[in-house]
Design a protein around this ligand. Structure first.
Ligand SMILES: Cc1cc2nc3c(=O)[nH]c(=O)nc-3n(C[C@H](O)[C@H](O)[C@H](O)COP(=O)(O)OP(=O)(O)OC[C@H]3O[C@@H](n4cnc5c(N)ncnc54)[C@H](O)[C@@H]3O)c2cc1C
Length: 465
């Protein structure tokens, strides 16, 4: 399908073949709604294809993060990037999605034509038209690279994790890893195994929960039953893990002192020289930011394969990093695990003559932008597995499409309106990008509640024509 290609009246163009796009493809296929995926890259998987730094993995339990229609069975509860990528490629083949993907087709512009009631999508592989547009273009934009005084005089190498390849070894190098978020916590143990020395430099601590990464006995029994085609236990398990995640989130936010005590206790038992206070007690309360999940971090700290330094970097010299407190850390390589900025819309968009910038627009139930017809933007969960929301909202979008088919409607939209929005998390990448984000409304932000209450379809909440 090249050049000007049209999907029939009820067809959907999906942007991106990451977790969101592939999940949407499965559910659309199951609902017998024609679709095509436009993918900028040459493979499926999104971030699970592109993030290739040492230790890249998920920190949501994968039995729950994996799709509801194909739960992933494993003795490990968290999966490395390569395994997740393999899983997504297998889904693409098993459910006949691959034939419907246009690879190397980057969407540059999407225009909704009100008179024709259709989307015209400009891509690097031609122009496509469809009734609906479903956007799974991801949310990470450019790597966030802080500027450090003297960095240009440093004779070693400074690189962001975005440029890091897990096949690299630093056995003859002293490495400094800068960061305290999930990326740094996942990367540190793996990098320490391939470096002469590793110092983890964090400006301020964040909350970290260390796990053994072994699936518990209940999970293993449920998986064994699933392998014998008894599928209900895994469904119940996924629901139970979600309830637990939501409960922890609510309780930790409601009782921060209790939550702080929990983390102090968690680290006090393993780090014995008074360090927990300085390195593991953040300035903010638990679950104000996402909690990083560590595997093997405690062991590597105990073995002194990882040293932690907490404080501001003042400057670089030709061979070291100088901290504000005067400490000097000699290094050959400095790896920045300093994250990304957020960008929810990665192409130009317009409705008729009106250009759309998502910053500040209401995003209803994590799916529809105010005033943008026939456009679905499935947004995942904030504090738990992305798929716990992205799959739900995609199914909700399909319910809307079915309603339109049954009633002969051509367009659907929600009204543009001002809504109060405070992001549920205050991580750096969220606060840095707040002005470019839509304003979310219409849900509780807790998948266990939302699945029951927020995603009951009420036609009067939408404007059909
Ligand atoms: C290392 C790492 C660990 C993570 N761990 C977790 C976790 O444990 N739990 C969790 O919930 N989340 C985690 N996340 C967040 C993760 O991003 C989401 O879970 C989820 O993968 C997002 O999927 P997506 O399909 O929406 O976006 P992406 O995976 O970003 O995919 C977007 C796709 O769209 C394509 N695309 C972008 N722009 C265009 C365009 N203009 N035209 C055409 N195609 C385009 C891209 O090439 C890409 O293939 C993690 C992220 C990373 C990087």
């Amino acid at each position: 399908m090249s050049g000007r290609a049209a999907l029939a009246d009820r067809g959907v163009l999906i942007v991106g073949a990451g977790v969101t796009g592939l999940g949407a493809a499965y559910h659309l296929g199951a609902a017998d709604i024609p679709y095509t995926i436009l993918e900028a890259g040459e493979d499926v998987g999104g971030v699970w294809h592109t993030h290739r730094w040492h230790g890249a993995r998920c920190d949501s339990e994968f039995i729950k993060y994996s799709f509801s229609f194909k739960p992933f069975l494993s003795p490990l509860s968290l999966q490395p990037r390569a395994e997740i990528h393999r899983y997504l490629r297998a889904i693409t083949d098993e459910f006949g999605i691959r034939d419907r993907i246009r690879f190397n087709a980057r969407v540059t512009r999407a225009e909704f034509e009100p008179a024709e009631r259709r989307w015209v999508i400009h891509t690097t592989a031609g122009i496509f038209t469809s009734r609906f547009l479903l956007n799974g273009n991801g949310y990470f934009s450019d790597p966030h690279v802080p500027s450090f005084r003297g960095a240009q005089t440093f004779k070693g190498e400074i690189l962001h994790t975005a440029e890091l390849d897990e096949r690299r070894s630093f056995h003859d190098k002293d490495v400094v890893l800068v960061g305290s978020g999930a990326t740094a916590i996942c990367a540190a143990p793996e990098l320490s195994r391939v470096s002469r020395s590793l110092v983890l430099v964090q400006r301020s601590p964040s909350y970290i929960y260390e796990t053994s990464n072994q699936a518990g006995i209940v999970t293993r029994v449920c998986q064994q039953l699933h392998a014998k085609n008894v599928t209900t236990p895994v469904q119940v398990l996924r629901y139970a893990i979600q309830c637990k995640d939501d409960l922890v989130f609510v309780v930790f936010r409601r009782f921060p002192r209790l939550a702080r005590w929990f983390f102090e206790h968690h680290w006090r038992r393993t780090i014995d020289d008074g360090t927990p206070g300085r390195h593991f007690q953040p300035r903010y309360d638990p679950w104000e930011q996402r909690i990083a999940v560590a595997v093997g971090l405690k062991d590597q700290i105990r073995r002194r394969a990882i040293t932690i330094r907490t404080g501001e970097i003042e400057r670089f010299t030709d061979s070291s990093i100088v901290m504000v407190d005067g400490d000097t850390i000699r290094c050959d390589v400095c790896i920045l695990a300093t994250g990304y900025d957020l960008e929810l819309l990665k192409f130009q968009m317009s409705v008729g003559a009106e250009p759309i910038a998502v910053g500040g627009i209401n995003l209803y139930k994590n799916i529809m932008l105010g005033g943008v017809p026939n456009y679905f933007h499935p947004f995942g969960a904030w504090h738990t597995a992305w798929t716990q929301n992205s799959e739900t909202v995609t199914r909700f979008a399909i319910t809307i499409m079915r309603h339109m088919r049954a009633h002969g409607y051509d367009t659907v939209r929600v009204a543009r309106r001002n809504v109060h929005f405070v992001p549920p998390l205050r991580s750096g990448y969220i606060t840095r990008s707040l002005s470019r984000m839509p304003r979310f409304h219409g849900t509780y932000g807790l998948p266990t509640l939302d699945n029951v209450l927020s995603y009951r379809f009420r036609p009067r909440d939408f404007i059909f024509a």
